[in-house]
Design a protein around this ligand. Structure first.
Ligand code: SF4
Ligand code: SF4
Ligand code: SF4
Length: 253
């Protein structure tokens, strides 16, 4: 009698975020069923009520903000053989990183207009600032084709390295007219590809939700800005939306 192969146990967790990346996973339908043949999902708050602390592969969505979140993600790291940060909130801190521009009191005053709320805003961080991350799946939200490709590769033991070339490459392959030609500032030249140039293909500029390339062509981006008459500050404002944690970390050494 052949021994049945043990299925990989997968768990999804969320921290400070909108849960949009989890929602993306629920949209996978047939593609997700294909993956499920080889694994059991044992935690997934968006889609099921069962819970288990026995898992091999943990997907962490959201940025880490409060002390309680820090302790929770450390426990997840202890339990999981492999930890994957998925979505911009987890990979770069995402939009939550903007909170680092203000003190907790200032942020609360802006959001709640001076009214008192006993909520702890905490200090938003990408997951790797708190625990070791094995793999990253970028984006806000994550791209389902990339998600399935990454999960298959991780389950096969090959790991996953996200693309390390610019969004402009995918944009050019789609034969889009460059948005700089239409008077808009775009982060595509220095942003990690993998989304299929999602935003420029629908006429919106890239805000770098997938974060910077490992070795971004900053001089190339500067040359483009100069050619079209823009300043670095106009670019920084866009970059800030998803990458404030990185900007703050670099500023503070
Ligand atoms: S990365 Fe974007 S879609 Fe995903 S949880 Fe964060 S805010 Fe939501
Ligand atoms: S629109 Fe943006 S992503 Fe597309 S080619 Fe121009 S700069 Fe690059
Ligand atoms: S084009 Fe830029 S902002 Fe849009 S999904 Fe891709 S990386 Fe994110």
């Amino acid at each position: 009698m052949t021994k049945e192969k043990k299925k990989v146990r997968i768990a999804f967790f969320d921290f400070a975020d909108c849960e949009g990346c989890q929602l993306q996973v629920t949209y996978l339908n047939e593609a997700l069923l294909g993956v499920l043949e080889h694994c059991d999902i044992v935690n997934f708050r968006e889609a099921m009520s069962e819970r288990s602390d026995d898992y091999d592969l943990a997907f962490v969505e959201g940025s880490i903000t409060r002390k309680h979140d820090e302790e929770r993600v450390k426990k997840i790291r202890q339990n999981a053989k492999i930890l994957v940060a998925y979505g911009a909130c987890a990979c770069t801190g995402g939009v939550n990183g903007l909170r680092r521009r203000f003190s907790e009191k200032e942020a609360k005053d802006i959001v709640y207009e001076g009214r008192q709320f006993p909520l702890e805003a905490g200090h938003p961080r990408p997951v790797h600032e708190v625990v070791k991350v094995d793999y990253y799946i970028h984006g806000c939200p994550t791209n389902n084709d990339e998600f399935v490709k990454a999960v298959k590769s991780i389950l096969l033991g090959k790991g996953y390295n996200p693309p390390d070339y610019a969004v402009c490459v995918e944009c050019k392959l789609k034969e889009n007219v460059c948005l700089f030609e239409k008077g808009q500032v775009c982060m595509g030249p220095v942003t990690r590809a993998g989304c299929g140039a999602w935003c420029p293909s629908y006429g919106n500029t890239c805000y770098s939700c997938r974060g910077l390339l490992n070795d971004p062509a900053t001089q190339g981006q500067m040359d483009i800005l100069e050619k079209y008459g823009y300043t670095i500050d106009e670019l920084k404002q866009k970059f800030d939306l998803y990458n404030a944690c990185r900007m703050e970390a670099e500023k503070n050494g």
